[in-house]
Write a protein that binds this ligand. Structure first.
Ligand code: RIB
Ligand code: CA
Length: 322
C-alpha cells in the first residue's frame, strides 16, 4: 500500500495528542512532520507536548516544528481551563530530552510542499500556520494533495460562543484567510460530527484491561478533560474531536457531508462562526466539504484497534462498550 504523506498541524492539547497517536499507528500514513501553533496552549508548550505523544509511539524521529505563537490579529486566548495548564491534563510530564523542537514551522510547511509530491495537511488547531504559509508562498500550495481541518460548526452550537468552535474562534482571521485562499476544497470536520465521538468511562475501563502503558497515558491525560466535560456540559466522558479528522482522512466512509461555500466571521458577536452557505445565497464556488454525518462506532473500532494492536478480536467481541 502506498503510504500517504501528511503534515499534522496542531495545538496539543489532549485530543490532538490522541490524534497523533492514531496517525502514528496507522499504516496508511507517513507523518513527515508535526507543526504546532498556539491554541489549546501556547505553541512552545504544545510543541513539547507533541514530543510526548511521539515518545509514546517510539517515533521521536518525526520532526516537530514550532509555528506561530500568536493568532494573526486577535490576542491569544488558550484553552488551558479545558486541557490543563500543561495542555495534557495537568500530569506535568517530564520534558523529553531525546528530541528537540525545531524552529520554522511555517517554512517547513512551504518547503515540504515544494520538495515533496502529494503531501496532505491534517490541521487540528487554529489555522494560523496555514494562513501564514499561504501568505508567504501561495504557489507552494498548488502541490498540496488534500486538506482536512478539524474546526467549525454548521447546524450545531459552538463551544466558545453560541456559534463559534474553538479553532476558528481563536484565530478567525487565519481561518477565513485559509478558506478564501487555499484554492483546494477544505474537508471541514466540525463539531456537527466530532461531538458524537465520546470517550466514555466504559471505554476507559475497557482499555485498562488491554495494553497497560497506552491505557495509562490515555487515562491520565483525559481525566482532567472528563472533569471539564462534566462541569461544562454535564457530559460523562470526553469529546475527542481531533482523532476523527485523522480517521476520516484515512477512511472517508466514516463521515459524510456536502460541498458548500464557507467563510469564517472575523469579528463581532459571531466572531469565529463558520458560515456554511448550504442554500447557495452567495452564488460562490464551493471551497469546502462540510461533514455532517458520522459513523461513531466505525471510528471507535478503528481508534481502539490501532492504538491497541494485538487486542483486535477482544475489541470486536466485547459487549456493551463501543
Ligand atoms: O473545538 C475543538 C478543537 O479545539 C480541538 O481541535 C481542540 O483540540 C481544540 O484545538
Ligand atoms: Ca486541537
Amino acid at each position: 500500500m502506498q503510504k500517504r504523506k501528511v503534515i499534522i498541524d496542531c495545538d496539543p492539547g489532549i485530543d490532538d495528542s490522541l490524534a497523533i497517536l492514531l496517525a502514528l499507528n496507522s499504516p496508511e500514513l507517513d507523518v513527515v512532520g508535526i507543526t504546532v501553533c498556539s491554541g489549546n496552549v501556547p505553541a512552545k508548550l504544545g510543541a513539547k507536548n507533541a514530543l510526548k505523544a511521539l515518545q509514546m509511539c517510539s517515533s521521536l524521529d518525526i520532526p516537530v516544528y514550532l509555528g506561530e505563537e500568536y493568532p494573526l490579529k486577535r490576542e491569544l486566548v488558550t484553552a488551558q481551563d479545558t486541557h490543563g495548564e500543561d495542555g495534557l491534563g495537568e500530569n506535568f510530564y517530564e520534558e523529553i530530552k531525546e528530541a528537540i523542537v525545531n524552529e520554522g514551522g511555517v517554512d517547513f510547511i512551504i518547503d515540504t510542499l515544494i520538495k515533496e509530491e502529494n503531501v496532505s495537511i491534517i490541521a487540528l488547531g487554529p489555522l494560523t500556520n496555514i494562513a501564514k504559509a499561504l501568505m508567504k508562498d501561495k504557489e507552494a500550495f498548488k502541490n498540496l494533495d488534500e486538506f482536512v481541518s478539524m474546526g467549525g460548526a454548521f447546524r450545531i452550537h459552538g463551544n466558545c460562543s453560541p456559534v463559534a468552535e474553538f479553532n476558528y474562534w481563536v484565530d478567525p482571521h487565519g481561518a477565513d484567510y485559509v478558506y478564501k485562499n487555499l484554492s483546494k476544497k477544505i474537508h471541514m470536520v466540525g463539531l456537527d460530527v466530532t461531538r458524537k465521538i465520546v470517550l466514555t468511562p466504559n471505554i476507559i475501563e475497557f482499555i485498562n484491561r488491554l495494553d497497560k502503558d497506552m491505557a495509562a497515558f490515555i487515562t491520565e491525560i483525559t481525566r482532567f478533560y472528563v472533569d471539564f466535560h462534566w462541569e461544562q456540559e454535564k457530559v460523562i466522558g470526553c469529546v475527542i474531536n481531533d482523532p476523527l479528522a485523522v480517521a476520516y482522512f484515512i477512511d472517508r466512509s466514516i463521515c459524510s457531508g456536502f460541498e458548500s461555500f464557507v467563510e469564517v466571521v472575523e469579528d463581532g458577536v459571531a466572531m469565529g462562526q463558520s458560515i456554511v452557505d448550504s442554500f447557495d445565497f452567495y452564488k460562490k464556488e464551493s471551497n469546502a466539504i462540510v461533514l455532517t454525518e458520522v459513523d461513531e462506532k466505525k471510528f471507535m473500532y478503528m481508534f481502539l484497534k490501532r492504538l491497541f494492536k494485538g487486542y483486535e478480536s477482544i475489541i470486536d467481541s466485547v459487549e456493551g462498550v463501543i
